[in-house]
Design a protein around this ligand. Structure first.
Ligand code: NAP
Length: 268
Protein backbone atom coordinates (compact mmCIF):
# COMPACT_ATOMS: atom_id res chain seq x y z
CA UNK A 1 0.00 0.00 0.00
CA UNK A 2 1.53 3.31 -1.08
CA UNK A 3 1.51 6.36 1.20
CA UNK A 4 -0.34 9.46 0.10
CA UNK A 5 2.85 11.50 -0.12
CA UNK A 6 3.60 12.67 -3.63
CA UNK A 7 7.23 13.14 -4.56
CA UNK A 8 8.43 14.91 -7.67
CA UNK A 9 11.87 13.74 -8.73
CA UNK A 10 13.52 16.38 -10.90
CA UNK A 11 16.43 14.98 -12.90
CA UNK A 12 16.31 11.34 -13.99
CA UNK A 13 20.05 10.72 -14.20
CA UNK A 14 22.08 8.29 -12.13
CA UNK A 15 21.02 9.44 -8.66
CA UNK A 16 17.52 10.69 -9.52
CA UNK A 17 16.72 7.28 -11.08
CA UNK A 18 18.09 5.40 -8.07
CA UNK A 19 16.03 7.45 -5.61
CA UNK A 20 12.91 7.42 -7.79
CA UNK A 21 13.16 3.62 -7.94
CA UNK A 22 13.21 3.51 -4.14
CA UNK A 23 10.44 6.07 -3.58
CA UNK A 24 8.16 4.52 -6.19
CA UNK A 25 7.86 1.34 -4.08
CA UNK A 26 6.03 3.17 -1.30
CA UNK A 27 5.01 6.63 -2.46
CA UNK A 28 3.46 8.28 -5.47
CA UNK A 29 6.20 9.58 -7.71
CA UNK A 30 6.10 12.01 -10.60
CA UNK A 31 9.21 12.34 -12.72
CA UNK A 32 10.59 15.20 -14.70
CA UNK A 33 13.85 15.51 -16.63
CA UNK A 34 14.53 18.13 -19.27
CA UNK A 35 15.25 15.17 -21.54
CA UNK A 36 11.70 13.90 -22.27
CA UNK A 37 12.92 10.50 -23.46
CA UNK A 38 14.68 9.82 -20.16
CA UNK A 39 11.57 10.84 -18.22
CA UNK A 40 9.28 8.57 -20.23
CA UNK A 41 11.66 5.59 -20.15
CA UNK A 42 12.02 5.73 -16.36
CA UNK A 43 8.34 6.35 -15.68
CA UNK A 44 7.43 3.36 -17.86
CA UNK A 45 9.97 1.20 -16.03
CA UNK A 46 8.74 2.25 -12.59
CA UNK A 47 5.06 2.49 -13.46
CA UNK A 48 4.82 6.03 -12.16
CA UNK A 49 3.69 9.35 -13.59
CA UNK A 50 5.79 11.66 -15.70
CA UNK A 51 5.37 15.39 -16.14
CA UNK A 52 5.88 17.31 -19.37
CA UNK A 53 7.18 20.38 -17.56
CA UNK A 54 8.95 21.11 -14.28
CA UNK A 55 6.08 23.33 -12.99
CA UNK A 56 3.63 20.47 -13.64
CA UNK A 57 5.80 18.09 -11.57
CA UNK A 58 6.27 20.64 -8.78
CA UNK A 59 2.61 21.58 -8.55
CA UNK A 60 1.48 17.97 -8.30
CA UNK A 61 3.74 17.06 -5.38
CA UNK A 62 4.25 17.46 -1.62
CA UNK A 63 7.99 16.97 -1.78
CA UNK A 64 10.35 17.94 -4.57
CA UNK A 65 13.58 15.97 -4.77
CA UNK A 66 16.07 17.95 -6.79
CA UNK A 67 18.58 15.68 -8.55
CA UNK A 68 20.08 17.88 -11.26
CA UNK A 69 23.73 18.98 -11.46
CA UNK A 70 24.80 22.04 -9.44
CA UNK A 71 25.61 23.92 -12.69
CA UNK A 72 21.95 23.66 -13.73
CA UNK A 73 20.54 25.03 -10.47
CA UNK A 74 20.10 28.67 -11.43
CA UNK A 75 18.43 27.99 -14.78
CA UNK A 76 16.08 25.53 -13.08
CA UNK A 77 15.30 27.87 -10.19
CA UNK A 78 14.65 30.89 -12.39
CA UNK A 79 12.18 28.91 -14.44
CA UNK A 80 10.34 27.29 -11.52
CA UNK A 81 10.58 29.05 -8.17
CA UNK A 82 7.22 30.80 -8.53
CA UNK A 83 5.50 27.40 -8.78
CA UNK A 84 6.59 26.20 -5.32
CA UNK A 85 4.14 26.59 -2.47
CA UNK A 86 4.98 27.21 1.19
CA UNK A 87 3.63 23.81 2.30
CA UNK A 88 6.06 21.92 0.06
CA UNK A 89 9.39 20.47 1.05
CA UNK A 90 12.42 20.66 -1.17
CA UNK A 91 15.11 18.01 -0.73
CA UNK A 92 18.27 18.86 -2.61
CA UNK A 93 21.00 16.29 -3.29
CA UNK A 94 23.11 18.72 -5.31
CA UNK A 95 26.77 18.22 -4.49
CA UNK A 96 28.56 21.20 -2.95
CA UNK A 97 25.40 23.30 -2.88
CA UNK A 98 25.03 24.91 0.52
CA UNK A 99 21.74 25.13 2.36
CA UNK A 100 22.10 28.94 2.55
CA UNK A 101 22.18 29.20 -1.24
CA UNK A 102 19.15 26.93 -1.59
CA UNK A 103 17.26 29.01 0.97
CA UNK A 104 18.07 32.20 -0.94
CA UNK A 105 17.04 30.55 -4.20
CA UNK A 106 13.71 28.94 -3.31
CA UNK A 107 10.97 30.81 -1.44
CA UNK A 108 9.83 27.93 0.80
CA UNK A 109 10.42 27.30 4.53
CA UNK A 110 11.39 23.62 4.47
CA UNK A 111 14.52 22.84 2.52
CA UNK A 112 16.63 19.83 3.35
CA UNK A 113 20.10 19.32 1.99
CA UNK A 114 21.17 15.72 1.59
CA UNK A 115 24.30 14.02 0.33
CA UNK A 116 23.65 10.47 -0.84
CA UNK A 117 26.01 7.99 -2.40
CA UNK A 118 25.50 5.40 -5.07
CA UNK A 119 25.76 2.21 -2.96
CA UNK A 120 22.25 3.14 -1.76
CA UNK A 121 21.13 1.19 -4.84
CA UNK A 122 21.93 -2.00 -2.92
CA UNK A 123 20.90 -0.74 0.52
CA UNK A 124 24.49 0.06 1.52
CA UNK A 125 24.54 3.80 1.01
CA UNK A 126 25.32 6.60 3.40
CA UNK A 127 22.99 9.57 3.24
CA UNK A 128 23.99 12.63 5.22
CA UNK A 129 21.43 15.37 6.00
CA UNK A 130 22.21 18.87 7.21
CA UNK A 131 20.98 19.44 10.74
CA UNK A 132 20.35 23.05 11.79
CA UNK A 133 18.74 24.69 14.82
CA UNK A 134 15.49 24.69 12.80
CA UNK A 135 15.48 20.94 12.04
CA UNK A 136 12.49 19.38 13.77
CA UNK A 137 11.81 15.90 15.12
CA UNK A 138 8.96 15.61 12.61
CA UNK A 139 11.32 16.37 9.72
CA UNK A 140 13.78 13.74 10.90
CA UNK A 141 11.04 11.14 11.27
CA UNK A 142 9.63 11.85 7.83
CA UNK A 143 13.08 11.67 6.24
CA UNK A 144 13.75 8.37 8.02
CA UNK A 145 10.50 6.96 6.64
CA UNK A 146 11.29 8.14 3.11
CA UNK A 147 14.91 7.02 2.94
CA UNK A 148 14.70 3.87 5.10
CA UNK A 149 16.45 0.72 3.89
CA UNK A 150 18.88 2.62 1.67
CA UNK A 151 21.74 2.43 4.18
CA UNK A 152 23.02 4.59 6.99
CA UNK A 153 21.16 7.88 7.50
CA UNK A 154 22.99 10.53 9.47
CA UNK A 155 22.32 14.17 10.47
CA UNK A 156 25.30 16.48 10.72
CA UNK A 157 26.31 20.13 10.78
CA UNK A 158 26.84 21.46 7.26
CA UNK A 159 30.62 21.73 7.80
CA UNK A 160 30.81 18.06 8.67
CA UNK A 161 28.47 17.12 5.84
CA UNK A 162 30.90 18.76 3.42
CA UNK A 163 33.67 16.54 4.80
CA UNK A 164 31.44 13.45 4.77
CA UNK A 165 30.58 14.05 1.12
CA UNK A 166 34.28 13.85 0.16
CA UNK A 167 34.30 10.32 1.65
CA UNK A 168 30.90 9.09 0.66
CA UNK A 169 29.99 10.87 -2.58
CA UNK A 170 33.39 10.42 -4.20
CA UNK A 171 34.80 7.64 -2.00
CA UNK A 172 33.18 4.81 -3.98
CA UNK A 173 35.06 6.02 -7.09
CA UNK A 174 38.37 5.75 -5.17
CA UNK A 175 37.47 2.26 -4.01
CA UNK A 176 36.49 1.21 -7.55
CA UNK A 177 39.87 2.41 -8.78
CA UNK A 178 41.56 0.35 -6.07
CA UNK A 179 39.50 -2.71 -6.98
CA UNK A 180 40.33 -2.25 -10.65
CA UNK A 181 44.06 -1.98 -9.93
CA UNK A 182 44.18 -5.03 -7.62
CA UNK A 183 42.17 -7.03 -10.16
CA UNK A 184 44.63 -6.08 -12.88
CA UNK A 185 47.45 -7.21 -10.57
CA UNK A 186 45.75 -10.62 -10.42
CA UNK A 187 45.39 -10.67 -14.21
CA UNK A 188 49.08 -9.78 -14.61
CA UNK A 189 49.96 -12.77 -12.44
CA UNK A 190 47.82 -15.11 -14.56
CA UNK A 191 44.25 -15.14 -13.19
CA UNK A 192 41.26 -14.49 -15.40
CA UNK A 193 39.67 -11.04 -14.90
CA UNK A 194 36.55 -12.59 -13.34
CA UNK A 195 38.54 -14.81 -10.97
CA UNK A 196 40.74 -11.92 -9.88
CA UNK A 197 37.76 -9.57 -9.41
CA UNK A 198 35.84 -12.07 -7.30
CA UNK A 199 38.88 -12.61 -5.05
CA UNK A 200 39.45 -8.87 -4.65
CA UNK A 201 35.79 -8.32 -3.70
CA UNK A 202 35.93 -11.09 -1.12
CA UNK A 203 39.15 -9.67 0.33
CA UNK A 204 37.58 -6.23 0.67
CA UNK A 205 34.38 -7.58 2.19
CA UNK A 206 36.31 -9.86 4.54
CA UNK A 207 38.68 -7.10 5.66
CA UNK A 208 35.77 -4.72 6.32
CA UNK A 209 33.87 -7.38 8.26
CA UNK A 210 36.96 -8.18 10.34
CA UNK A 211 37.54 -4.52 11.17
CA UNK A 212 33.91 -4.07 12.16
CA UNK A 213 33.69 -7.23 14.24
CA UNK A 214 37.01 -6.85 16.10
CA UNK A 215 36.83 -3.03 16.39
CA UNK A 216 40.64 -3.12 16.23
CA UNK A 217 42.74 -0.34 14.75
CA UNK A 218 43.59 -1.13 11.09
CA UNK A 219 47.31 -0.89 11.92
CA UNK A 220 46.96 -3.72 14.48
CA UNK A 221 45.21 -5.99 12.00
CA UNK A 222 47.80 -5.11 9.36
CA UNK A 223 50.58 -6.13 11.76
CA UNK A 224 48.82 -9.43 12.47
CA UNK A 225 49.08 -10.44 8.82
CA UNK A 226 52.63 -9.21 8.25
CA UNK A 227 55.06 -11.96 9.28
CA UNK A 228 58.66 -10.93 9.80
CA UNK A 229 60.54 -11.14 6.52
CA UNK A 230 57.33 -12.37 4.84
CA UNK A 231 55.28 -11.71 1.73
CA UNK A 232 52.86 -9.08 3.07
CA UNK A 233 55.55 -6.80 4.41
CA UNK A 234 57.29 -7.00 1.02
CA UNK A 235 54.15 -5.67 -0.65
CA UNK A 236 53.53 -3.08 2.07
CA UNK A 237 57.07 -1.74 1.60
CA UNK A 238 56.30 -1.06 -2.07
CA UNK A 239 53.09 0.76 -1.14
CA UNK A 240 54.90 2.89 1.45
CA UNK A 241 57.64 3.74 -1.06
CA UNK A 242 55.02 5.16 -3.43
CA UNK A 243 53.69 7.39 -0.65
CA UNK A 244 50.28 5.79 -0.96
CA UNK A 245 49.01 7.24 2.33
CA UNK A 246 49.82 10.79 1.28
CA UNK A 247 48.25 10.14 -2.13
CA UNK A 248 44.98 8.94 -0.58
CA UNK A 249 44.88 11.79 1.92
CA UNK A 250 45.55 14.28 -0.88
CA UNK A 251 42.84 12.75 -3.06
CA UNK A 252 40.32 13.28 -0.27
CA UNK A 253 41.51 16.84 0.35
CA UNK A 254 41.33 17.60 -3.40
CA UNK A 255 37.74 16.35 -3.47
CA UNK A 256 36.84 18.51 -0.50
CA UNK A 257 38.56 21.57 -1.98
CA UNK A 258 36.87 21.11 -5.34
CA UNK A 259 33.51 21.12 -3.58
CA UNK A 260 34.49 24.38 -1.84
CA UNK A 261 35.48 25.88 -5.21
CA UNK A 262 32.11 24.90 -6.71
CA UNK A 263 30.36 26.48 -3.70
CA UNK A 264 32.31 29.71 -4.17
CA UNK A 265 31.50 29.91 -7.89
CA UNK A 266 27.81 29.28 -7.20
CA UNK A 267 27.68 32.27 -4.87
CA UNK A 268 29.20 34.67 -7.42
N1 NAP B 1 25.95 10.22 -8.90
C1 NAP B 1 26.36 10.21 -7.64
O1 NAP B 1 26.99 9.27 -7.14
C2 NAP B 1 26.02 11.38 -6.72
C3 NAP B 1 26.40 11.34 -5.36
C4 NAP B 1 26.05 12.41 -4.53
C5 NAP B 1 25.37 13.51 -5.05
N2 NAP B 1 25.06 13.53 -6.38
C6 NAP B 1 24.37 14.72 -6.89
O2 NAP B 1 23.16 14.33 -7.48
C7 NAP B 1 22.85 15.21 -8.56
C8 NAP B 1 22.55 14.38 -9.80
O3 NAP B 1 23.71 13.64 -10.11
P1 NAP B 1 23.67 12.51 -11.22
O4 NAP B 1 24.95 11.78 -11.13
O5 NAP B 1 22.38 11.78 -11.13
O6 NAP B 1 23.67 13.46 -12.54
P2 NAP B 1 23.13 13.10 -13.99
O7 NAP B 1 23.21 11.63 -14.22
O8 NAP B 1 23.82 14.04 -14.94
O9 NAP B 1 21.58 13.49 -13.90
C9 NAP B 1 21.10 14.80 -13.90
C10 NAP B 1 19.90 14.84 -14.84
O10 NAP B 1 19.24 16.10 -14.70
C11 NAP B 1 18.92 16.57 -16.02
N3 NAP B 1 18.70 18.02 -15.97
C12 NAP B 1 19.58 19.03 -16.16
N4 NAP B 1 18.97 20.23 -16.04
C13 NAP B 1 17.67 19.97 -15.76
C14 NAP B 1 16.53 20.78 -15.52
N5 NAP B 1 16.61 22.11 -15.56
N6 NAP B 1 15.35 20.18 -15.27
C15 NAP B 1 15.25 18.82 -15.25
N7 NAP B 1 16.29 17.99 -15.49
C16 NAP B 1 17.49 18.55 -15.72
C17 NAP B 1 20.11 16.15 -16.82
O11 NAP B 1 19.86 16.22 -18.20
P3 NAP B 1 21.14 16.46 -19.20
O12 NAP B 1 22.03 15.29 -18.99
O13 NAP B 1 20.48 16.51 -20.54
O14 NAP B 1 21.76 17.75 -18.76
C18 NAP B 1 20.30 14.72 -16.32
O15 NAP B 1 19.42 13.83 -16.97
C19 NAP B 1 24.06 16.12 -8.76
O16 NAP B 1 23.81 17.39 -8.22
C20 NAP B 1 25.15 15.42 -7.99
O17 NAP B 1 26.04 16.35 -7.44
C21 NAP B 1 25.35 12.49 -7.23
Amino acid sequence: MKTKIKIAVIGCGVMGSALATHFSKETQVVLYDKNREKTVLLSTKLGCKSAKTAPEAIQSSDIVLLAIKPKDLHIFANATKEYFSKRQWLISILAATQLGLLEKTFPIPTIIRAVPNLPLICGKGIIGFVETAQTTKEQKEKITRLFHSLGLLTWLSEDHLNILSAFTGSGPAFIFLLIEALTEGGVFLGLSYQEALSFVLEVIEGSTALLKSTQEHPAILKTKISSPGGTTIAGLKVLEETGVRGILINALIATYQKAKEIQKNQQM
